[in-house]
Design a protein around this ligand. Structure first.
Ligand code: PAF
Length: 283
C-alpha cells in the first residue's frame, strides 16, 4: 500500500488507472470505515482512501484540535483490508491559501437537521469532497466510484445531489451502518465517551427504533412520538438536538401517503456529556 502526501504524487500515481474507487475519511478508523473500504474494493481498478481532518467543516467551538489523529494505526488497518493507496495530505497541501471558493449546498437540504445545529458544516464537507474528487478522479478515464457511510445520512444525500448537479463522473455508494453488539453505531467520536457514557450511548439508537416502532405500529402523529422520544432521552441526561422521522428521498417531513414500508428514516443527534452522537434507522 502506498501512502502519499502530495497532490502531484497522487495524480502521477493514479494516472495509470482507469477508474479509482475512493473512500474519504477523517481517520481514526474503526470497523465502519473498513467495511466501506471492502465495499469499494471491487468497484474500481485501484482503491484509494483519504485521511484528512477538514477544518472547514468544524465550528470554532467544536473538536477540530482534539480530533484523534492516528495515521500509523489507520494505515495498518487499511493495508490489512487490501487498500492500495492512502492519500494523507497536510493542511498546507490541501489548503495552501485560504479556500475562498466553496461549494454551498442548497439550503432546502443542508440547512435543516445537522446543518441547522452545525451551520456551515455541509459547505465545509461539500468543498473538501469536491476538491478530493478533483484530485482523485481528475485524471481517470472511466467512471469513478466513492463510498460514504449511511451513518452520516444527510451528508450522503448532500454528496449525491452535488455529484448529480455538477455532473461529476462519479457514482456514489452508501455503506450500511456498522454497530457494536449492543447496537451503538460505530463512530470515531465514541472514543470520547467515559465508561458510564458508553453504556448509556446505545439509548440513542433505542430511541430511534422506538420512533420507527411507533410509526410502524400505526401512529402517524410524529410530533407526539418525537416529543416522547426526546423526553425519554432528556430524562436520562441527554441534550437532544433532534429526533425526527423524515422521508428517505429528500429528508422532508412525511406526507400521509409517505407512510409506506421502506420510505422513512428516523434520525437523531444528541449530546451525552461533551460528546455529540448522531444515528439513524431506516424503516
Ligand atoms: O464523513 C467524514 O468523515 C467527512 O465528513 C468527510 C466525508 C471525509 C469529509 O471531510
Amino acid at each position: 500500500m502506498q501512502v502519499i502526501h502530495t497532490i502531484a504524487e497522487l495524480r502521477q500515481h493514479l494516472a495509470r488507472f482507469e477508474a479509482p474507487a475512493f473512500v474519504p475519511t477523517m481517520g481514526n478508523l474503526h470497523a465502519g470505515h473498513l467495511a466501506l473500504v471492502r465495499q469499494a474494493k471491487p468497484l474500481g481498478d485501484v482503491t484509494v482512501a483519504s485521511i484528512f481532518v477538514n477544518r472547514l467543516q468544524f465550528l470554532p467551538h467544536e473538536d477540530f484540535d482534539t480530533y484523534p489523529r492516528t495515521l500509523q494505526a489507520d494505515c495498518d488497518q487499511l493495508a490489512a483490508q487490501g487498500c492500495d493507496v492512502v492519500f494523507a495530505p497536510s493542511e498546507q497541501e490541501l489548503y495552501p491559501e485560504p479556500q475562498g471558493f466553496k461549494v454551498h449546498p442548497p439550503t432546502a437540504l443542508a440547512d435543516m437537521l445537522e446543518g441547522h445545529f452545525r451551520p456551515g458544516f455541509f459547505t465545509g464537507v461539500s468543498t473538501v469532497v469536491m476538491k478530493l474528487f478533483q484530485i482523485v478522479f481528475g485524471q481517470s478515464r472511466g467512471q469513478g466510484h466513492a463510498v460514504f457511510g449511511k451513518k452520516d445520512y444527510q451528508q450522503l444525500m448532500v454528496i449525491r445531489q452535488m455529484v448529480r448537479q455538477f455532473a461529476l463522473p462519479v457514482t456514489i455508494h452508501g455503506g450500511e451502518i456498522e454497530r457494536a453488539p449492543d447496537g451503538l453505531a460505530l463512530s470515531s467520536r465514541n472514543g470520547y465517551l467515559s465508561a458510564d457514557e458508553r453504556a448509556e450511548a446505545v439509548q440513542l439508537s433505542q430511541a430511534l427504533k422506538a420512533l420507527a416502532a411507533g410509526v410502524l405500529g400505526g401512529e402517524h402523529n410524529l410530533a407526539a412520538l418525537e416529543q416522547l422520544a426526546t423526553h425519554t432521552l432528556a430524562q436520562r441526561g441527554w441534550l437532544v438536538d433532534y429526533l425526527t422521522v423524515r422521508r428517505r428521498d429528500d429528508l422532508q417531513p412525511p406526507q400521509p401517503h409517505d407512510f409506506q414500508p421502506g420510505q422513512l428514516v428516523a434520525l437523531g443527534a444528541a449530546k451525552l456529556g461533551r460528546t455529540r452522537l448522531i444515528d439513524n434507522w431506516e424503516f
